[in-house]
Design a protein around this ligand. Structure first.
Ligand SMILES: *Cc1c(COP(=O)(O)O)cnc(C)c1O
Length: 215
């Protein structure tokens, strides 16, 4: 099935680019997919999924976790401040820490809850006005500020501009992560995850290539 094909391509890309076997995690992006397709991938043994919408994930994962046991779910879509509390309890990681107000809210909620999901700072590598994320030249300052709030910042994330060669964006994100001592690199989707692995991705976010087109 498509899922096993993608896994094989990830392992092959690791080998081709001198990456240790298993160093790249597949975040299977299940947003807007029919339950049957998600259950088929769970039946194959996969236990790491990505969701874009808090409400959709809330409606889906508690029941699937009851049936399939522990499943790691990462939020990869934008997080509204008023949904931060729900997200903190539902997700194991949030890839879209993209602004100071969200950092402040998460820090306060994490203190109350006594725990916080792992956080990736979303960087707007193309400096696109309509896109979320910290501008590249503000990333170092933002990461330092988030760390000063005791937030568990583990990595950086980007979505390269539509239609552009993604490789320079992946390379840029890798440099930002490296100079800030961040080990996690969330980059690469269905069309470009092998390029992302070549540039150091630790988490590739693959949806349609596994599950088929979304509704
Ligand atoms: C939907 C989505 C993906 C998966 O996209 P595909 O092209 O279906 O692989 C990855 N990352 C983000 C941020 C997304 O919103």
């Amino acid at each position: 099935m498509a899922y096993t094909d993608i896994l094989h391509r990830i392992r092959a890309a690791e080998a081709a680019h001198g990456r240790p076997a298993g160093s790249v995690q597949l975040v299977a992006v299940s947003k807007l997919q029919p339950d049957a397709r998600v259950e088929a991938v769970l039946d194959s043994g996969h236990r790491l999924f990505g969701e874009n919408y808090v409400q959709e994930a809330q409606g889906k994962w508690p029941a699937l976790r009851d049936r399939f046991g522990p499943v790691t779910v990462h939020l990869i879509g934008p997080l509204q401040t008023n949904k931060a509390k729900a997200a903190l309890h539902l997700f194991d990681a949030i890839h879209t820490l993209d602004r100071p107000s969200l950092a402040n809210r998460l820090a306060r909620l994490a203190q109350e809850a006594g725990h916080c999901p792992d956080l990736f700072v979303q960087v707007n590598t193309g400096a696109e006005p309509q896109k979320a994320g910290i501008l590249p030249n503000e990333a170092d300052t933002f990461i330092a500020a988030a760390r000063a709030l005791d937030l568990p910042v583990v990595g950086a994330m980007c979505i390269p501009p539509e239609g552009a060669d993604p490789v320079p964006h992946f390379a840029h994100l890798a440099r930002i992560a490296e100079r800030n001592g961040l080990g996690g690199l969330s980059m690469g989707m269905s069309g470009d995850f092998e390029d992302a692995i070549a540039q150091g991705a630790t988490h590739v976010r693959v949806g349609s290539a596994i599950f088929g087109a979304r509704a």
